[in-house]
Design a protein. Structure first.
Length: 121
């Protein structure tokens, strides 16, 4: 047996021993938690509502932030789910968005206007 044949045979045998170690199955993925499933559902519904309102750009960002912050901690630190916006709040949001669009507000000016408009009693 020549040295070349021996080297080829040794490399072939070594590769046959090493390859099965690399061919192992990936570990099974852990199923999503209830909290993750709830967040996915909320994201899906907020996206659908933003799409139905044909929101784009900054309007969409503001809406999504407001919509998704339903479980945000309140001033007392509680993380209980906040109630869904009432029809009056939705109407107010639409009105404020329309005013901001009419005034052609962008960026920080728009954010400040929306904050003042939505908190006005």
């Amino acid at each position: 047996m020549s040295i070349k044949t021996f080297i080829v045979a040794a490399l072939t045998a070594a590769s046959l021993l090493v390859l099965p170690a690399f061919a192992q199955d990936e570990p099974a993925k852990k199923p999503p938690s209830e909290k993750q499933l709830a967040q996915r559902a909320k994201m899906k519904s907020c996206n659908a509502e933003a799409k139905s309102q044909a929101l784009k750009g900054d309007d969409r960002k503001v809406f999504m932030k407001t919509c998704l912050s339903g479980d945000a901690p309140d001033a007392t630190g509680s993380t209980e789910a906040m109630p869904a916006p009432t029809t009056d709040q939705k109407t107010k949001m639409k009105t404020c968005n329309a005013e901001a669009k009419e005034k052609a507000l962008k960026g920080d000016d728009r954010k400040a206007f929306m904050k003042d408009c939505l908190t006005a009693g």
